[in-house]
Design a protein around this ligand. Structure first.
Ligand code: FPP
Length: 240
């Protein structure tokens, strides 16, 4: 447990979502290629998953690749896909050991078939794990997710009685169906925007921005974000 932040009254957010920004800038500052930053970023993801679990966070969702990221140079896209491929294949044992459940959100149909298979395998193998739920957003866009959800609702006949189609019904068609909404959204490396991440789900999330680049993010930074969250007053549109 974290050294000097472990007040007994500290609330741990059940669901933390992270926009992991700044890999490229971090690498460039070190005179290294952008992909070096992504490699380091992937290591940090694994560490933060362990730290989040240790701190009592029940759901962690990270933005690994957006629907807009395909416009990056082909070599960078390939490097990111290779990192994700490697993660899917190497984390089976670790997830079993740590009781981690994995779900990939986003439009998986546009990914290479072998990556789709590796994802499906990891999701199946970890589906009955009861520890932390780890969601990785790949080829994910919040607007795209909502459009796909509406299409799914139409396919499943949920729009036949349009007046019965409500927020719960739409939520059940999203990639995140069954997950609670994020309580805390963290974005690293200075930018203060949402970039099409979890648009529906962050309606009442507390937002936390830090200047740290993702490869420098660590447990102490996560605890700082949790401490900031503890100083927010969540009113959900009501009054105190
Ligand atoms: C943003 O930094 C980061 C990304 C677009 C990729 C994030 C992916 C990882 C950290 C690897 C994911 C791995 C696993 C195992 C889930 P940027 O490249 O936009 O940085 P910049 O803004 O400095 O250019």
């Amino acid at each position: 447990m974290g050294s000097n932040h472990t007040g007994a009254d500290r609330k741990i957010p059940a669901h933390v979502a992270i926009i992991m920004d700044g890999n490229g800038r971090w690498a460039k500052q070190r005179g290294m290629p952008r992909t070096f930053g992504h490699t380091q970023g992937a290591r940090v993801v694994e560490q933060i998953l362990e730290d989040a679990d240790d701190l009592g966070i029940r759901y962690l969702t990270v933005y690994a690749f957006s629907t807009e990221n395909w416009s990056r140079p082909a070599a960078e896209v390939k490097a990111l896909m290779n990192l994700l491929r490697r993660y899917m294949k190497t984390s089976l044992v670790k997830c079993a050991k740590n009781n981690v459940r994995i779900r990939v959100i986003g439009d998986k149909t546009k990914l290479e078939p072998d990556l789709q298979q590796a994802i499906a395998h990891l999701e199946e193998e970890t589906a009955s794990n009861t520890g932390i739920s780890f969601q990785i957003a790949i080829n994910y866009g919040g607007r795209d997710e909502i459009v796909r959800a509406v299409r799914r609702a139409a396919r499943e006949g949920l729009l036949v009685d349009a007046s019965a189609f409500d927020e719960t019904a739409l939520g059940s068609c999203l990639d995140t169906a069954g997950l609670p909404d994020p309580d805390l959204l963290i974005r690293t490396c200075g930018e203060q925007r949402i970039s099409n991440f979890l648009l529906w789900q962050i309606a009442y999330a507390e937002l936390y921005f830090t200047d740290k680049a993702w490869p420098d993010f660590d447990r102490a930074e996560l605890e700082k974000a949790i401490d900031a969250y503890n100083h927010r007053e969540r009113r959900y549109g009501g009054i105190k």
